[in-house]
Design a binder for this molecule. Structure first.
Ligand SMILES: [Zn+2]
Length: 121
């Protein structure tokens, strides 16, 4: 009645023998697996950084001064990605400002945005 579950190496998928907590055939499979994870994580960081940098550059271009009002559709048309930002806080009397590095925006009514530049203290 005993049907031992065949455990497979996380890296190469070969059946594992020996200790129940074994996850890899050997050190080679272990390090190969860890390198793949690391590469995946670096890829994720890189692609998020690219989006953040692009968002920041768009805000800089649209807001060369201290403050500018733009429409949300203009931001969208520039390729701005609203899902990615670095930080946000109550900028002025309950108006939350969302930043991509030092450039940020506050959502106004009627699809308008007030673009601001953070003053580094
Ligand atoms: Zn293996």
């Amino acid at each position: 009645m005993t049907s031992p579950i065949t455990r497979l190496c996380l890296d190469c998928g070969s059946p594992l023998h020996g200790r129940i907590d074994k996850k890899f055939c050997d050190d080679q499979c272990r390090s190969s697996y860890n390198n793949k994870i690391k590469a995946e994580n670096n890829g994720m960081i890189k692609s998020v950084n690219l989006i953040l940098k692009r968002n920041r550059d768009i805000l800089e271009k649209l807001n060369p001064g201290k403050e500018t009002k733009v429409s949300g559709s203009k931001l969208m048309a520039s390729g701005f990605n609203f899902n990615y930002h670095t930080h946000s806080y109550d900028y002025h009397k309950g108006n939350i400002c969302t930043f991509c590095y030092e450039y940020g925006y506050i959502r106004l009514p009627n699809d308008e945005y007030l673009l601001v530049k953070e003053v580094v203290k």
